[in-house]
Design a protein around this ligand. Structure first.
Ligand code: SAM
Length: 219
């Protein structure tokens, strides 16, 4: 999973950097950074690789899989990991990032209330998601994965996510993860229910389906 995600993580960290440089409503670095769905800490490591280390005060993650939390802890100094978002202390985070996780969250309005609780009022959350209701390829995989492995996920519409965030008290922004034209894609045969495309157009357009929802607490 890590290798194919390096470009995605780099693009997400870059989006945070651009938002900061553009004078978006983010606190002055160094930041307390939290990744929700941090798995083994790849995206958090990318934060250290891509930004001046002086911009990061602490790193933390929310990850339900114990083994993955342990691996991240060994990999990253000055870091802490939680099993659920409810365990994260209130008003403790400047920047939240998340990549391909909120489609696994059953109660998204409740999750957004938690996001509001943990994020400092000056902070921002950058939530990347390709697994949503406007991505036809993912919708096919979703149902196949459910049949094959009983893999439970939730079909959220991008507009619905924006509306929920607004109702939860956030100023919402929507970006593409890859704003620059990306016209090449490495072919790999479909496996385990993932990765099958019906056409070249669908395969080339797949990454363009990755959206980033930015949540800024309303002032
Ligand atoms: C598709 S993986 C993405 C992992 C990582 N963000 C990446 O980019 O490789 C989803 C991750 O979210 C975790 N997860 C599932 N439900 C979660 C929840 N409610 N809160 C936080 N993480 C969750 C899973 O254990 C898994 O590590």
């Amino acid at each position: 999973m890590e290798q194919q995600n390096l470009q995605n993580w780099r693009a997400l960290v870059n989006l945070v950097r651009v938002a900061y440089a553009d004078g978006r409503s983010l606190p002055r670095a160094p930041w307390d950074v939290l990744d929700i769905g941090s798995h083994t800490g790849g995206l958090l490591s990318m934060f250290l690789l891509s930004l001046d280390r002086g911009n990061v005060k602490s790193l933390a993650g929310v990850e339900p899989i114990l083994e993955a939390r342990k691996t991240s802890g060994h990999r990253l100094e000055n870091s802490s990991f939680f099993g659920t978002i409810e365990e994260v202390p209130s008003q403790s985070v400047d920047i939240v990032v998340s990549h391909e996780t909120i489609y696994l969250v059953p109660d998204l309005p409740g999750w957004m209330q938690e996001l509001k609780r943990i994020l400092r009022p000056t902070g921002g959350a950058f939530i990347a998601l390709g697994s949503h209701g406007e991505n036809d390829a993912w919708l096919r995989w979703k149902y196949r994965l459910e049949e094959l492995y009983d893999h439970k996920s939730f079909e959220y519409q991008p507009m619905e996510i924006l509306e929920m965030g607004h109702a939860a008290g956030f100023d919402m922004e929507l970006s593409r993860l890859f704003p620059e034209p990306r016209r090449s894609m490495r072919y790999s045969p479909p496996e385990d229910g993932w990765g099958e495309f019906n056409s070249a157009e669908e395969a080339l357009g797949h990454r363009d389906k990755k959206l980033v929802f930015t949540f800024y607490p309303k002032r």
